[in-house]
Design a protein around this ligand. Structure first.
Ligand SMILES: Cc1cc2nc3c(=O)[nH]c(=O)nc-3n(C[C@H](O)[C@H](O)[C@H](O)COP(=O)(O)OP(=O)(O)OC[C@H]3O[C@@H](n4cnc5c(N)ncnc54)[C@H](O)[C@@H]3O)c2cc1C
Length: 419
């Protein structure tokens, strides 16, 4: 026994230096895992898992039966907006004190993804409301502003984010809407184009320039309500996400109380840049959910439909396409979750968000387009709903920064690193 112990001691003591190093490294790694949770990217908290299940149920049971009718009528069912509020999905990150769920950013991403699997229109409504409107107020609103607006936005009033104009899209900060001080009010004149949710919304974040001589440094963010006099000039008729309203808004001497400036005069540029960086992760989630929704709808059919005496999904030419598409969806998923977790952890995420949005929008178009072909002629009919995913997918490459703008952002990071 003693001899055996001596032998083993000798073996330990005489092992090469490299092996000793490995042992030390392993030991420090195990200490590290005690303090850091090294998880796969699709690991969620219990709360996030519960949220996913409840959004999935809401999407399938409440949204699902109305998708086709809403698309055909190009309008959002008011019952769905009400349902989103009742489910607590319109104040996901908002504090409990303000009527919200006080959940993680990833929870919002999960909700957007799950809704998009069933209807990308409902998904973007929830996305804009949570990741743009609520977040601007949570991050830049004063205590008084948060107390006034967040409870309404959590519980009953839909929000809109009004930045783009007819002549300023990608070049958003060339906006022409003006605001002039008049006593204890600002008077806003101009118009906004392409504004999501604006037909049903009651609360609007409006970006206007208070001092054009300062260029983008004059851009200021205001909060206003519809009853202050915001006019809907036109509702767009679109290719996809047709149930989601997209309108042109006119402001003719719109009087906004002075205390409704968010984040201070001239801070609108910074607010918009920051918010769109994280908003893009929401659009990536919408496109991810869309791709998965199209896949889930079409693939079962390929195993039910037989030609040449076998299910069409089992022909190698089809099976490999399904496999390829599932890899592509997974890649979009990991990019999206990674960007979301980085944001939550306080790490830089601008490049990762641009990558996630860029890639997820490509995958959404590709998978939903293929899904139509996998289902053959029936995929081409409006009855199956597969073609709708493809129509809806086109917007991913346009709003919250076109694909070229995402590539420009990514390229800037490359240049910074390598030049
Ligand atoms: C359905 C829908 C909903 C929307 N919702 C909102 C909303 O809620 N709030 C809001 O403020 N806005 C919203 N938008 C506006 C959206 O963000 C803009 O449409 C988008 O930023 C692109 O601007 P644009 O349409 O003017 O295209 P443009 O900027 O005119 O771009 C046209 C083409 O030129 C390319 N391009 C432009 N600049 C460059 C460049 N520097 N390098 C390379 N290529 C370039 C673009 O990639 C694009 O392919 C929405 C748009 C749509 C269609």
């Amino acid at each position: 026994m003693l001899r055996a112990a001596a032998r083993s001691t000798r073996t330990f003591r005489t092992q090469p230096a490299a092996l000793r190093t490995t042992r030390t490294f392993t030991a420090s790694c195990s200490r590290l895992t005690e303090s850091f949770a090294l998880n796969s990217l699709d690991t969620f908290t219990e709360e996030e898992e519960i949220l996913r299940e409840s959004v999935k149920r809401f999407a399938n049971e409440v949204v699902g039966p109305k998708v086709r009718e809403m698309d055909e009528r190009e309008s959002m069912d008011p019952g769905i907006i009400k349902g989103l509020f009742e489910q607590g999905l319109m104040g996901i990150e908002t504090g409990v004190d303000h009527g919200g769920a006080e959940s993680s950013f990833t929870s919002a991403i999960i909700a957007i993804e799950e809704l998009a699997k069933v209807d990308p229109s409902v998904s973007v409504m929830c996305d804009v409301h949570n990741t743009l409107v609520n977040t601007v107020l949570r991050q830049h609103g004063t205590k008084e502003q948060q107390d006034q607006w967040l409870p309404q936005l959590s519980q009953s009033k839909l929000g809109s984010f009004c930045l783009s104009e007819a002549a300023s899209g990608s070049d958003a900060f060339a906006l022409q809407t003006r605001a002039e001080k008049d006593g204890d009010h600002w008077v806003v004149n101009g118009s906004k184009m392409w504004i999501t949710n604006s037909y049903e919304a009651e609360i609007f974040l409006i970006f206007a320039n208070v001092d054009p001589s300062k260029g983008y440094k004059g851009i200021t963010c205001f909060i206003a309500t519809k009853d202050m006099g915001i006019k809907i000039a036109k509702k767009e008729e679109k290719l996809g996400i047709r149930a989601s309203s997209t309108c042109t808004l006119n402001f003719d001497d719109l009087r906004i109380p002075a205390e409704n400036v968010i984040g201070g005069e001239g801070k609108g540029y910074k607010i918009a840049i920051e918010i769109l960086n994280e908003g893009r992760i929401g659009i990536a989630a919408q496109m991810l959910g869309l791709a998965q929704g199209a896949f889930d709808k079409a693939v079962p059919y390929t195993y039910q439909r037989s030609q040449f005496g076998q299910p069409v999904g089992t022909f190698q030419g089809m099976a490999f396409q399904l496999a390829q598409a599932s890899v592509e969806i997974e890649s979009a998923r990991l990019l999206t979750y990674n960007a979301a977790r980085r944001k939550e952890e306080g790490k830089s995420f601008t490049k990762e968000a641009a990558m996630a949005k860029y890639w997820a929008s490509i995958i959404a178009q590709r998978v939903s387009g293929q899904a139509i072909e996998w289902a053959g002629g029936v995929g081409f009919t409006r009855e199956t709903g597969i073609e709708k995913f493809w129509r809806d997918s086109k917007i991913g490459a346009i709003y919250e920064g076109t694909s070229n703008i995402q590539l420009q952002t990514i390229a800037k990071f490359i240049q910074k690193q390598y030049s």
